[in-house]
Design a protein around this ligand. Structure first.
Ligand SMILES: [Zn+2]
Ligand SMILES: [Zn+2]
Length: 285
């Protein structure tokens, strides 16, 4: 199973010379099994170059999973090439009660007002499905567990199992425990984190929202984002092998992210590194 980062930025895309190395596109990741369709995690602006790549590869089926509806995670969907291809079948899973509810929720953005395109006008065959945190479902070769995260309006994280490997995508989430419950000290993670720990248990790769520093988190605890100490602490406790720090702050320049990488990168387990655009990981080793 391969994982490629097409967009690693949170909140808003920030292209330009100060973000060129880590990338300015917002959240979009491609998970690719050896057999079967690719699984796309969120469609931030990284979905635009990804779409071109999928069309060039003549990929006929695409599975898309959305964590939630904030704009940085769906900016790229109306510009995602496969939706304009009559030769493409897509399944789009979003946190919703049903397929009709899923289409209606995404359709609020693609309704001819906020974007010239209406969701019913696209050329591809799109099947919408509602996913609920706490449920397990299968899409192509992927067995997927949804996990409820701590974010304004909600966000659904995913544990994805395929070919004997596990990728866990937890973005747009703040700690569940309060800061005084022991999140930064060297003792076991506090009880409220149990469901997140279970979701990431023994993962080969954890992709985790670390948009804030610890100090920023204390100032913006209700904004629904985490910080590196939290990601690394939970990853160690859960036996995770690799942690990609993800959903970088829009104001973080390449130099600032270099400093973050220097502080957090490790080669020993769990291996910690910063996600950047274009990075491809082969979980077979
Ligand atoms: Zn976001
Ligand atoms: Zn969000």
């Amino acid at each position: 199973m391969k994982v490629r980062f097409w967009g690693v930025r949170g909140s808003i895309p920030v292209p330009g010379p100060t973000t060129a190395r880590y990338g300015g596109n917002s959240s979009c990741i491609e998970v690719r099994a050896k057999e079967g369709p690719p699984l796309i995690l969120d469609c931030g602006t990284g979905a635009r170059p990804l779409g071109w790549d999928l069309l060039a590869r003549k990929v006929p089926n695409v599975e898309v999973l959305f964590t939630h509806f904030h704009m940085d995670h769906l900016f790229g969907f109306p510009f995602f090439g496969p939706i304009f291809s009559p030769n493409c079948d897509l399944t789009v899973c979003v946190p919703a009660y049903s397929g009709v509810d899923a289409q209606s929720k995404l359709g609020r953005y693609l309704n001819g007002i906020y974007h010239p395109l209406r969701i019913r006008d696209v050329a591809a065959q799109i099947r919408f499905e509602g996913v609920r945190p706490g449920r397990v479902f299968e899409r192509g070769p992927y067995r997927i567990h949804g996990v409820s995260l701590n974010h304004p309006g909600g966000s659904c994280g995913y544990r994805i199992e395929c070919e004997g490997k596990v990728v866990v995508y937890l973005t747009d989430t703040a700690p569940l425990a309060r800061p005084d419950e022991g999140l930064t000290v060297d003792k076991p993670p506090p009880a409220p984190e149990a469901r997140v720990l279970k979701a990431m248990s023994e993962a080969d790769l954890l992709i985790m929202d670390t948009m804030f520093s610890w100090e920023e988190y204390l100032e913006k605890m209700t904004w629904g984002h985490a910080y590196p100490e939290y990601a690394v602490k939970l990853a160690k406790a859960a036996g995770v092998r690799q942690v990609a720090l993800f959903h970088h702050a829009p104001d973080a320049s390449d130099e600032a992210l270099d400093q973050l990488a220097a502080k957090w990168s490790t080669a020993t387990e769990p291996r910690v590194f910063l996600a950047r655009e274009g990075l491809t990981l082969d979980l077979e080793g």
